[in-house]
Design a protein around this ligand. Structure first.
Ligand SMILES: Nc1nc2c(ncn2[C@@H]2O[C@H](COP(=O)(O)OP(=O)(O)OP(=O)(O)O)[C@@H](O)[C@H]2O)c(=O)[nH]1
Ligand SMILES: [Mg+2]
Length: 585
């Protein structure tokens, strides 16, 4: 199914066009029919010549109802912009187009209606020119008359062409359903409707109301007026919910896959179509079907921090509209750059933040997110809409190499400091180091420990390597620095000698447990086995030698003996066809 929202100036024939295309009445309220004007969203659908179904979200054109229009187009990926041949381009033609542009809608069509009343040529030319400079780009423009029926077959064909261009939805992804209607059905209870843009809903599923995490059960599903066991994106869907009263849910609420989204009240954004300095201090943020008051804190020339009056399940890259309800004006569009931004407590923090934001564009950037945050849970990144491509250092923790190396240095310093402060204790409790390094979990402290330190009985203690002669210990340290960013690039024999590690020194370091010998002069740090296991576990299983070599960022000289060692330790298993798999434990 394709979902298309209408757009355009009041009285230009949006609802009439939807009515003649679908045979359904989009104006649901008696008051709408009495006044001949759409007030709230309408829904209708039909089959196209290709056999595909198109569902329309029909929006009001009147200036007073722009908030309803925004709730209608917010969650919908395509638009049918309507301009009347006899009236031509009007204020809400421009305002609605600005909204579509702010939301980054890139799929659309123009229908020039009431072509029986005037030559559609001038309105068509104007619409084409206005639309060309927006996210919609070059669009098909189709003159139609709902009265004579002229142009309707062409419009259906154009809708088919538009639908064929729409990207395939991510059906396996999580659900984020922006509620656009909520009502009670006698005997069934609470029903919400929305446009399902990704994912799949099944009867019996548990979903969460994003605002407070309340879990509710899907009791029934309808799409296109028919009961279903399952509905996949893209679809209009009505969800009958068990466990929530009608009063608890409203337009702008969001049903989500539990745990799949973070709910945020603070976002950093790029503003388009307006100067940040000119924005009022408080405006309305329209995103999805929601409208939430926000406080604006300008950061850079085109970036700002928004504090939302209530939290929403927002993702990096989401598009939204800022509107000034007092002046009834769309004030600009925003792209979400960061949905979990750092606090701006210190002096000068805002300027630093502005500089960071200047380099962001709203595209998910896993490596950059880890670099900026230093340390972050993979699951938290995923909840921000940033797919995880970096291997965790321990558990679900992703770390920036440089930040991690710095923590390693601080750990060593803290161990020495503690030894001076507590001369009679052997080693430092891991928990003390966790607190002093400001780390969220002890497992991170343990992952930081490097020879000559080791973890013993809940403490970080000096390891046996301390018995190494001082020059050898220093040479091992130098090697450790070299291996930090590329832990599997074992140095060539010449380089080892340059570092002060000749055959005898390597032998002593290996015996002391400070180095791991894979073969002859191929040595790595002792943690390499665990580290390799983590990297390889992230590969599609089973994997080839060459895939392992690339993932480990090393050469055959290291990869071959390393994999043999992993085989012998039962970390990996060799399968027929010269592939391996990581043995799950
Ligand atoms: N002659 C003629 N009249 C039309 C045509 N399409 C719509 N109309 C008339 O234009 C008027 C407005 O049509 P609507 O469909 O209500 O316009 P709308 O864009 O939905 O208006 P809002 O929802 O209030 O923004 C109605 O009186 C329609 O009968 C057409 O193709 N030809
Ligand atoms: Mg209408």
């Amino acid at each position: 199914m394709w979902v298309v929202a209408t757009a355009g100036h009041v009285d230009h024939g949006k609802s009439t066009l939807v009515r003649v295309l679908t045979g359904m009445e989009p104006d649901r309220w008696a008051e709408e029919r009495r006044r001949g004007m759409t007030i709230d969203l309408g829904f209708a659908w039909t089959s196209l010549p290709s056999g595909a179904t198109v569902a329309f979200v029909d929006v009001p054109g009147h200036e007073r109802f722009v908030p309803n229009m925004l709730a209608g187009v917010g969650p919908v990926p395509a638009a049918l912009l309507v301009v009347a041949a006899d009236e031509g381009w009007m204020p809400q033609s421009a305002e609605h187009l600005a909204v579509l542009d702010a939301l980054g809608v890139s799929f659309g069509l123009v229908a020039v209606t009431r072509a029986d009343l005037a030559d559609p040529g001038p309105a068509a030319a104007r619409a084409r020119a206005e639309v060309a400079g927006t996210s919609l780009g070059a669009v098909e423009v189709v003159p139609v008359s709902a009265v004579t029926g002229a142009g309707l077959p062409e419009l259906r064909a154009a809708l088919d062409r538009l639908g064929a261009r729409l990207p395939a939805p991510v059906v396996d992804g999580p659900v984020r359903l922006w509620v656009d209607r909520c009502f009670t059905v006698r005997g069934a209870g609470t029903v919400v409707t929305g446009t399902l843009r990704a994912g799949r809903l099944r009867v019996g599923d548990e979903v969460a109301v994003a605002a407070d995490g309340t879990r509710v059960r899907v009791r029934g599903l309808h799409s296109l007026g028919t009961a279903r066991d399952e509905v996949s994106a893209v679809s209009r869907v009505a969800v009958n919910l068990r466990g929530v009263v009608r009063e608890r849910v409203a337009r702008g609420d969001v049903l989500v896959t539990p745990e799949a989204f973070g709910c945020t009240g603070l976002v950093d954004v790029r503003v388009s179509g307006a100067s940040v300095a000119d924005l009022p201090a408080s405006v309305m943020l329209h995103v999805g079907s929601a409208a939430v008051p926000v406080r604006v804190r300008p950061l850079g020339p085109d970036t700002a921090r928004l504090r939302l009056a209530r939290p929403l399940p927002l993702l990096v890259g989401d598009r939204a509209v800022l509107r000034d309800p007092g002046r009834r004006l769309v004030a600009g569009g925003v792209t979400l750059l960061d949905v979990a931004p750092p606090p701006l407590a210190r002096r000068g923090a805002a300027a630093v933040r502005a500089a960071v934001l200047a380099g962001l564009d709203g595209r998910a950037d896993p490596v950059g997110e880890v670099r900026r945050r230093g340390l972050v849970r993979g699951s938290d990144l995923a909840r921000m809409g940033v797919p995880v491509t970096v291997a965790p250092v321990v558990g679900d923790w992703l770390v920036d190499d440089e930040h991690w190396a710095g923590l390693g240095v601080r750990l060593v310093a803290e161990v020495s400091r503690y030894a001076v402060e507590h001369p009679l204790e052997s080693g430092v409790p891991v928990e003390v180091l966790r607190q002093r390094l400001g780390l969220p979990e002890r497992s991170l402290v343990e992952a930081l420990v490097r020879v000559p330190l080791r973890v013993y009985a809940g403490r970080v203690v000096a390891g046996s390597v301390s018995v190494l002669p001082e020059p050898v210990a220093r040479a091992v340290d130098r090697l450790g620095v070299e291996l930090r960013s590329r832990p599997f690039r074992a140095p060539e024999a010449d380089r080892l000698v340059e570092l002060g590690l000749g055959a005898r020194e390597v032998g002593a370091a290996v015996r002391a447990g400070a180095l791991l010998r894979l073969a002859g002069t191929v040595v790595l740090l002792p943690g390499a086995v665990e580290q390799a296991a983590r990297v390889l576990a992230g590969l599609p299983q089973p994997f080839t030698l060459s895939a392992a070599r690339q993932a480990l960022d090393t050469t055959r000289r290291v990869a071959v003996p390393l994999l043999e060692l992993l085989d012998s330790r039962g970390v990996t298993r060799r399968l027929p066809g010269d592939v391996r798999t990581v043995v799950s434990r």
